[in-house]
Design a protein around this ligand. Structure first.
Ligand SMILES: Nc1nc2c(ncn2[C@@H]2O[C@H](COP(=O)(O)OP(=O)(O)OP(=O)(O)O)[C@@H](O)[C@H]2O)c(=O)[nH]1
Ligand SMILES: [Mg+2]
Length: 245
C-alpha cells in the first residue's frame, strides 16, 4: 500500500466517521450526569476495566492537550490530570461517563526530553490496547494546530489507518493562533494528512470552542456498532462464512 503522495504530504487511509451533516441544535449533545475514575492500565497484559461499556480513546503527542480536552468535554476543571511535567503519564487512564461509556486518556507520545528507549515505550501499550479492545468505538486523535505532524504523529496515523479504527481528528490550542492564520493552518494540516479540512474539529480547552461539536461527534460514534464486530461481519460476508454461535 502506498501512502506517501509526495514529499510534503501523506494520504492516510483513515476510517473517518461521516460528519458532513452535523446535527444543528442548541441543546448540549452530551449532558454529564455521572463521572467516575476507573483506574490506570500500565502494561499490555496489565489491569484494564471490564470492557462492558463502549469506549472512546484520546491520543496525541505529549503536551498536545488530551487531558485538558477531556476536562472540557466533561465540563470539569481537573478531572483528568493536566501535566506540568510532560512525558510523565505513561498509563492509560479510564473514566466512565454517565455509566454509559468509557473514555480512555492514552499516554502522550513523542516527548523529546526522555531517553530513546523510553520514547519508544508508548507504542506497544497503545497498539496493544487498540487492537485488543472489543468495545472500542473510535479514537479522537489530537494535533496542535500550530505544528505540523511529527514523525511520531505519522507513526500514530499509520497505526490508526492500519488498524482501521474510526478516527476523529481534532486540531487543538486554537486560541494560540491568530484568527487570520487559522484557516491557513487548518488547511495546511489537512493537506499534510491527506484529509478534508471539514473532517477536522477545531478545538480550544481555553475558550471551549469545538466542545459541543466534539461531543456530538463522540455521541454519534458511540451509536455505531463496535468497529471490530462490524469489520469481522463484513469480512465474514465477503467470504460467505457465518460467525460462530
Ligand atoms: N492555550 C491553550 N493551552 C492548552 C490547551 N490545551 C492544553 N493546554 C496546555 O497545554 C499543557 C499540556 O496540556 P495537557 O492537557 O496536560 O496535555 P496532555 O496531552 O494531556 O499531556 P500528556 O499527559 O503529557 O500527554 C498544559 O499546560 C495545558 O494548560 C488549549 O486549548 N489552549
Ligand atoms: Mg495528559
Amino acid at each position: 500500500m502506498t501512502k506517501r503522495r509526495d514529499d510534503q504530504s501523506r494520504r492516510y487511509l483513515l476510517s473517518m466517521p461521516d460528519r458532513s451533516a452535523p446535527p444543528q441544535s442548541s441543546k448540549d449533545p452530551l449532558v454529564i450526569r455521572h463521572l467516575e475514575f476507573l483506574g490506570p492500565m500500565a502494561t499490555v497484559d496489565g489491569w484494564r476495566p471490564a470492557a462492558d461499556l463502549p469506549e472512546i480513546a484520546f491520543a496525541g503527542r505529549s503536551n498536545v492537550g488530551k487531558s485538558s480536552l477531556l476536562n472540557k468535554l466533561v465540563r470539569r476543571k481537573a478531572f483528568a490530570r493536566v501535566s506540568n511535567t510532560p512525558g510523565r503519564t505513561r498509563e492509560i487512564n479510564f473514566f466512565a461517563v454517565n455509566k454509559l461509556f468509557t473514555l480512555a486518556d492514552l499516554p502522550g507520545y513523542g516527548y523529546a526530553r526522555i531517553s530513546k528507549e523510553r520514547r519508544a515505550e508508548w507504542k506497544p501499550l497503545i497498539e496493544g490496547f487498540l487492537r485488543a479492545s472489543p468495545q472500542l468505538r473510535g479514537i479522537v486523535q489530537l494535533l496542535d494546530v500550530r505544528h505540523d505532524p511529527t514523525p511520531d504523529d505519522e507513526q500514530m496515523f499509520d497505526m490508526l489507518a492500519d488498524i482501521g479504527v474510526p478516527t476523529i481528528v481534532v486540531a487543538t490550542k486554537m486560541d494560540k493562533v491568530k484568527a487570520s492564520e487559522l484557516g491557513k493552518r487548518l488547511h495546511a494540516l489537512a493537506v499534510t494528512l491527506g484529509i478534508d479540512a471539514e473532517q477536522m474539529i477545531p478545538f480550544s480547552a481555553v475558550t471551549g470552542v469545538g466542545r459541543d461539536e466534539l461531543a456530538a461527534a463522540i455521541v454519534e460514534l458511540l451509536a455505531q456498532p463496535a468497529w471490530k464486530t462490524a469489520e469481522s461481519e463484513a469480512s465474514d460476508a465477503e467470504t460467505g462464512e457465518e460467525g460462530e454461535g
